[in-house]
Each structure stands twice: as structure tokens, then as C-alpha cells.
Design a protein around this ligand. Sequence first.
Ligand code: AP5
Ligand code: MG
Length: 210
Amino acid sequence: MRMIFIGPPGAGKGTQAARLVERYAIPHISTGDMFRAAVAAGTPLGKQADAHMRDGRLVPDEVTIGLVMERIGQDDAQGGFMLDGFPRTVPQAEALDRALSAAGLQLDVVLVLEVPDDLIVDRITGRRSDPETGEIYHVTFNPPPPSIAGRVIQRRDDTEEACRRRLAGFHSQTAPIVPFYEAKGIVRRVDGVGAPDEVTTRITAALTGS
Ligand code: AP5
Ligand code: MG
């Protein structure tokens, strides 16, 4: 299964992708997670990505495309993958299309997770994550258990200002790629409002057609 997750910041892509990849036994490839790991490790890639991310701007296409092309060429991605956060520009979508076509492969499904803008800021500013497991929490909607509450961290781009810039970027740069996939007939739109379990049920229904 080759899947893409598209949705605004805070739509629940990471939360839902973690559940889906277990079911399909495919790698969860999150460009945001890859950039954050590079920033934490202080690599040249991380140094390039850091300022863009912190301000809520996209990392340049030429950096991002090369990173993802290399990742999907690795052994564990040969049977499929869940791309979370890529592609998010038209040139990224075109590059992925070219790479898959050249390998005689195609995408199976593009999941578009829909959440209205007015719910996004609360989701983003309340997000916390466990640096040891990567588990995603929310101070109100999914509070971390007391045993780990002391170690959860907040992403540096989860300020209200950066969130608004990311949201604007989603509408201007990422939403325009959806028609590209609609023309291929592989888009499944899922309502991302409601408890995470309800959203998982909707995604499962969208994927199985039930
Ligand atoms: P990235 O890490 O991809 O961030 P994003 O797209 O802004 O999405 P988020 O991770 O913020 O949200 P999510 O949809 O995963 O939501 P989550 O499940 O965590 O990218 C970060 C940055 O990296 C970019 O800004 C850019 O700089 C760079 N970058 C990455 N990819 C790039 C690319 N392709 N090109 C260029 N630059 C790139 O949930 C959010 C919160 O809501 C959590 O607290 C969660 O607990 C809560 N929540 C989840 N579901 C629900 C629910 N149903 N109800 C209530 N709360 C919920
Ligand atoms: Mg995420």
C-alpha cells in the first residue's frame, strides 16, 4: 500500500498515521519528523531546515525532494509507505510522480484529512510529545499519563504565530496539489473532527470502502 496523508497542521496526520502503519506494516515517513531528527542531531540538513521550520515556513523543495526520494528508495519502503507531510507543493508532487512512474509504481490512495481552521490553533498550541517514544499528546484532548507528564516537550513551531503561517502555507501551497490526485481518482476525503478513535474508524471505512 502506497499512501499519502494530506491535511493542515494539527489535522491529526501523525496521530492517525501511527495507527495505520501498524495495520498495513509499512513505514511511516514523516518529513517533519525527519527534519526534527536532523535538527536535534545538528547535521547540515538540520541546520538548513531549522530556521524555516521554526518560523512555520516550508523547507526549500530542492532539499526536501532529495531527502524523500532517498528515503523511499530504502529497503523497508519497497512494499509500500505512508507519506505524512510530503508532498506539500506542486513540484514535490510532480517529483514523486516521476520517481514512482520511473519505477513502474503508483500511489494507491491519497487521504485528505479535513479540519476547519478555527480548530487548528488549539490543537497545535496544546500539543505535547514524548521525546522517548514519539507519542503525540494534547494537554486537553489526550493528556499524557502522569508517569510521563514531566518529560513531554512542545515543538518549537507550535506557537500561535508559526501555526498561523503554517496554516496559510497549507492553503496556498499544499491544498492546490489535491486536484492533481483527484484527476487520478485516488483521493479519499475524511472528516478529521471528533475523537481520534472516531477519525480512525472513518479512515478505515474510507480505505476499505465500507
Ligand atoms: P510537520 O511535522 O509535517 O507539521 P504539520 O504538517 O504542520 O503537521 P503537524 O505535525 O503539526 O500536525 P499533524 O497533522 O501531524 O497533527 P498531530 O497528529 O500531531 O512539518 C513541520 C515543518 O517541517 C513544516 O512547517 C516545514 O517547515 C517542514 N516540512 C515538513 N514537511 C515538509 C515538506 N514536504 N516540504 C517542505 N517543508 C516541510 O495532532 C496535533 C494535535 O492535535 C496533537 O496534540 C494531537 O494529540 C491532537 N489531536 C489529534 N487528533 C485529534 C482529534 N481527532 N481531536 C482532538 N485533538 C486531536
Ligand atoms: Mg505531524
